[in-house]
Ligand binder design. Structure first.
Ligand SMILES: [Zn+2]
Length: 282
C-alpha cells in the first residue's frame, strides 16, 4: 500500500491466542464475548502482524512477531500457528532478512520481539536481521532486563540480550524521528516505555498502534488489557491518540486483530469510537 511517497505492508508471523479475560481486563465476559468468541481454553485468537515500511530507500521492520525459538509446551499454551512465518511474509515482498536496515520494537514482549533473534544449529543466538540496527526505548530495555515477578513471563532474555553483545541496539530517549516522516512516539500504559510508530508522507499519515489498542475490539476507552502495567495511563494515551487520529485522519494499523489490519476512526452520535475498515490494504 502507498502512503504518500512511502510504501507500507503488513507482514504476518502467523497467529496465537491469549486468555480472553486477560485481554479485556475489568470488562465482563458477557460484554466482550459477543465480538470475540473463545476456544475451549477460554482463549481468543490474535494475529501477529508486523509492519514493513519502505521509506527513503530503507526497509524498516516494526516488531518481529513470535519467532521460532519457543518449545512445544509454549506453542501449545499460546496456540501458536506460524503460517506464514515472518520470513515467508517478507519473501512474498521479495525481501530477505539481510535486506532489512532498521528494526523497531514497540516493546520487548515475546509476541513483538520474539523474531529479533534466531537460534543457530549450534544453539547460539544470532540476530535474525544481521545488517539491521535495532531501535527500542532505553527505558523499555531496562525494564525488560530487570523484569520482576509480574513482568518476567513476557520478557524473554533470548529476544534482546544477544543483540547487546553485538552492539546492534540503538536506544531511544523519548519521541524520536528516525527518518523524515518515520517517528517513534512513546505511548505509555501497556508498559512504561511502550512506543507506537507514526508514518507521514505527502499529507498522509498512518499510526502503528502496537499494544496500545491491540485489536479493533479494544477501541472503546475502558477496554484495556489486564496485561497493561499502567491501565490509567493507557486510558489517557488512548484518548489522546484516538482524538488525534480522528482529527487528522490517521490510518490506524492494528497488530493483533485477527481480521482487520487497518482503518480510520469515526465517532457515532453517542461519541463512541468506531472503525471504518480499509479493505484495499494488502
Ligand atoms: Zn502484544
Amino acid at each position: 500500500m502507498k502512503l504518500g511517497a512511502f510504501e507500507i505492508h503488513p507482514v504476518s508471523d502467523g497467529r496465537f491466542a491469549l486468555d480472553g479475560g486477560a485481554m479485556f481486563g475489568v470488562v465482563p465476559k458477557v460484554l466482550w464475548e459477543r465480538c470475540c468468541p473463545v476456544d475451549e481454553s477460554n482463549r481468543i485468537p490474535l494475529s501477529l502482524t508486523a509492519l514493513l515500511i519502505q521509506a527513503h530507500g530503507k526497509r524498516i521492520l516494526v516488531d518481529t512477531g513470535m519467532g521460532a525459538k519457543e518449545d512445544g509446551k509454549f506453542r501449545s499454551m499460546f496456540a501458536v500457528e506460524r503460517a506464514p512465518t515472518l520470513v515467508e511474509s517478507l519473501k512474498r515482498l521479495g525481501l530477505y532478512p539481510e535486506d532489512i536496515d532498521i528494526v523497531i520494537n514497540t516493546h520487548l514482549h515475546f509476541d513483538h520481539a520474539g523474531g529479533n533473534t534466531v537460534k543457530a544449529e549450534d544453539g547460539s543466538l544470532r540476530p535474525a536481521f544481521p545488517k539491521a540496527q535495532y531501535f527500542v526505548q532505553r527505558g523499555e530495555f531496562e525494564d525488560a532486563a530487570c523484569a520482576n515477578e509480574r513482568t518476567k513471563a513476557s520478557y524473554r532474555r533470548d529476544n534482546f540480550t544477544p543483540l547487546t553483545h553485538l552492539n546492534q541496539w540503538e536506544f531511544l530517549y523519548g519521541d524520536t524521528e528516525l527518518l523524515p516522516g518515520v517517528k517513534a512516539i512513546v505511548t505509555a500504559g501497556h508498559t512504561r516505555w511502550h512506543q507506537s510508530i507514526k508514518i507521514e508522507s505527502e499529507g498522509q499519515a498512518a499510526f502503528f498502534l502496537g499494544d496500545l489498542i491491540p485489536t479493533v475490539s479494544h477501541l472503546p476507552l475502558p477496554y484495556i488489557m489486564g496485561y497493561d502495567l499502567f491501565p490509567i495511563q493507557t486510558l489517557e494515551t488512548k484518548r489522546w491518540v484516538l482524538d488525534r487520529a480522528l482529527e487528522e485522519q490517521w490510518l490506524l494499523l492494528f497488530e493483533h486483530d485477527p481480521l482487520i489490519q487497518a482503518g480510520y476512526v469515526r465517532r457515532d452520535e453517542e461519541g463512541k469510537y468506531l472503525l471504518r475498515e480499509v479493505t484495499a490494504w494488502q
